[in-house]
Design a binder for this molecule. Structure first.
Ligand code: ADP
Length: 261
């Protein structure tokens, strides 16, 4: 998209000698504007859905039109769950905006990836256990050091493993391993889950992108987890990519430089 300005060019008195044409490429600006307005529309929609539900069920309860106590309790549970969902959405949105504005300086120290993996997976192991999913952690033998922000690294691992558990059916397996290459540390989170259709792979790290909206909402997902992960990886000068086969499983790979400049 070009923005065009034309101005007459005078020299030696009032005689017009030509014209100056200024072409301004505003493609990027327009694209950013479009992304921003889409984001605002998405946020509004995501917030409105649970609010509409909370309001509707509260109104029904207030009107006294509820047949029995069990139904009333069911409505209260929906109100509670949707409030929780709003809370999660707002927490994730604030997190994302802090990372994007770089308002959250990284606290870089030398950390052992294996310890981070062990700590992050502790909170998830209960959910994995409930679905009879086996978590295979890296061998304990030798530490793998990387210069990183320990908490942020923990969040990267947590989000990836939580997704693996969410999108893998009962009795599946999740393999987490970490390898050292010359100047990089490589983390792989592989699952034997439902996989991701080829056409979705490119869009997976966009805010609010989900392969299956209903399923993601049902499992409590906000659609922001991978966008947060990508930002965190990039703030460590790393890269993230995904390979997946539908019905077979997915592997998310994070490559981080061993040392931060
Ligand atoms: P959500 O909160 O919906 O999980 P994410 O940003 O974490 O949001 O993930 C975006 C979408 O990517 C998910 O809705 C899901 O469709 C897909 N996805 C993420 N991880 C996996 C995985 N391990 N297996 C299959 N699909 C996945």
């Amino acid at each position: 998209i070009l923005d065009v300005h034309i101005a007459p060019y005078y020299s030696q008195g009032w005689q017009q000698r030509g014209a100056i044409i200024v072409l301004h490429d505003i493609t990027d600006i327009r694209r950013l504007e479009k992304m921003r307005s889409e984001f605002v529309a998405n946020v509004s929609h995501e917030l409105k859905t649970p609010i509409t539900s909370v309001k509707g069920f509260a109104e029904t309860l207030l009107s006294g039109d509820v047949p029995d106590e069990a139904t009333a309790k069911q409505f209260l549970q929906i109100i509670y769950d949707d409030s929780e969902r709003l809370n999660r959405l707002i927490t994730d949105l604030l997190e994302l905006s802090k990372i994007e504005k770089q308002a959250m300086p990284l606290e870089i120290t030398k950390v052992d990836m294996k310890t981070v993996i062990k700590n992050s997976t502790r909170t998830i192991s209960k959910f994995a256990h409930d679905k009879n999913i086996t978590l295979h952690l890296p061998e304990d033998s030798s530490p793998v050091y990387v210069e990183a922000d320990k908490d942020r690294l923990g969040q990267i691992v947590l989000n990836l493993v939580a997704n693996a558990v969410n999108y893998t059916s009962d009795n599946g397996h999740i393999y987490i391993d970490v390898e050292e290459r010359s100047s990089k540390v490589v983390l792989n989170v592989r699952d034997t889950g439902m996989g991701i259709p080829e056409e979705s792979l490119d869009r997976l790290f966009e805010r609010f992108y989900r392969v299956d909206k209903a399923r993601s909402r049902h499992s409590g997902g906000t659609g922001l987890g991978l966008a947060i992960v990508k930002h965190l990886v990039e703030s460590h000068e790393g890269e993230i990519y995904v390979k997946s086969t539908e019905g077979v499983g997915s592997t998310f790979t994070v490559e981080l430089p061993k040392t931060q400049e």
